[in-house]
Design a protein around this ligand. Sequence first.
Ligand SMILES: Nc1nc2c(c(=O)[nH]1)N[C@H]1C(S)=C(S)[C@@H](COP(=O)(O)OP(=O)(O)OC[C@H]3O[C@@H](n4cnc5c(N)ncnc54)[C@H](O)[C@@H]3O)O[C@H]1N2
Ligand code: MOO
Length: 407
Amino acid sequence: MFCIKPVSQVVNECKAIIKQKNKSRAVKIENALGAVLAEDIISIEDMPSFARSTVDGYAVKAEDTFGSSENMPSFLEVTNEILMGKEAKEPLDFGKAQKIATGGMLPPGSDAVVMQEYTENIDSMLSIYKAVSPGENVIKAGEDIQQEQVIFTKGHKLRAQDIGILAAMGITLVNIIESITVAVLSTGDELVDPNTKVLKQGQVRDTNGYSVTAFLRKNNYLADYVGICIDDYKLLHDRVHELYLEYDVVIISGGSSVGAKDVTSDIIQTLPEAQLLVHGIAIKPGKPTIIATSKNKLVIGLPGHPVSALVVMQHVISPIIASMQGAKPPAFEPTIRAYVKQNIDSQTGRTDIIRVRCSTDGDKIIAEPLLSKAGVFSSLVKADGYIIISESVEGITKDSEVNVHLY
Ligand SMILES: Nc1nc2c(c(=O)[nH]1)N[C@H]1C(S)=C(S)[C@@H](COP(=O)(O)OP(=O)(O)OC[C@H]3O[C@@H](n4cnc5c(N)ncnc54)[C@H](O)[C@@H]3O)O[C@H]1N2
Ligand code: MOO
């Protein structure tokens, strides 16, 4: 029988109990997208390592340009052209300018660059029609990153721009925490392979095996869909014990409720040192969820309804696996503000996840609730995102402004 716990309590208790994966390995940065760093990354040099121009134009001493205007230009002599990729060795004297391209190195003595558009260069005589201030159109050495600066800390999940800055810093190998491996097993006598062209009455094609595996892969876990097992105690017991040996996390979809054939909970409890952490969460949809540990492994019994399975994955299981992976929790969830199109009922003491479809009305975003049963999968497919109605709130009234979490 269920012993219902609030979502936040479940997530916090599980995070506290489940041990982080501590195996790390070095990978090339081109293979590190989405990986979680096992080390702090500290810069070994300034970036840029020399002062650079941010525009095409002329390197000058700013004070030589003071007071310049269309009507009263300053006149400087162009003495040199700085070549890209070469050191600017020739110092800049008062009254002089050196031609420079975007990204070129500023010569010693120069502190600003005048954009080419505000100049005219005839026979080495440069007319300047706009004054620049010191530092204008220049990135100073170390302005982007300074030597010894901590760029990322352990637990950071690498994004595309992070891979780029590592390359810019000359850091081409990083230590990452090995990815969590997950097996996704579907259970149910009614389930058949999606390749089944014609369904017999009572049969349904396995949906969760595919959607849950895809969700995990999108989050950079090494997830394998391992097929369907019928609701037979012995067969399911043996399969779960096999998968337990091979994977960090075993997800069993279906059989988490209280029906006579819902044996998932009993089987999970036969695993070595099994500890049942949760059977029943105050969330709709997704109440009959099971979370257990067995030694350092995590074993999940997901509710069978396809919407419930994915909602629970996203809202409950994902933060727990992320913590197991050693990833730092995000400081905030990216959301958009929207106005709800109609009243939504909910019950206090329970978190409700309401799928919504978004549209615009002028500069307002309107969130239309897709209120359907958990068995209606298309509600999730039509949804752009979801609203969370927390345990302490009793419903949302039409036209209220809410946060929508986007899929
Ligand atoms: N007496 C009670 N009955 C139920 C309760 C309850 O509290 N008391 N909770 C209901 C809720 S809520 C849910 S959710 C389901 C969860 O049940 P199970 O986890 O045991 O799942 P099944 O019974 O195996 O399946 C439910 C439903 O989903 C379909 N299903 C299952 N797996 C898949 C799959 N991989 N792909 C596609 N569809 C799947 C299955 O055919 C059933 O229609 O329990 C309620 N009952
Ligand atoms: O988890 Mo059940 O999905 O509330 O329908």
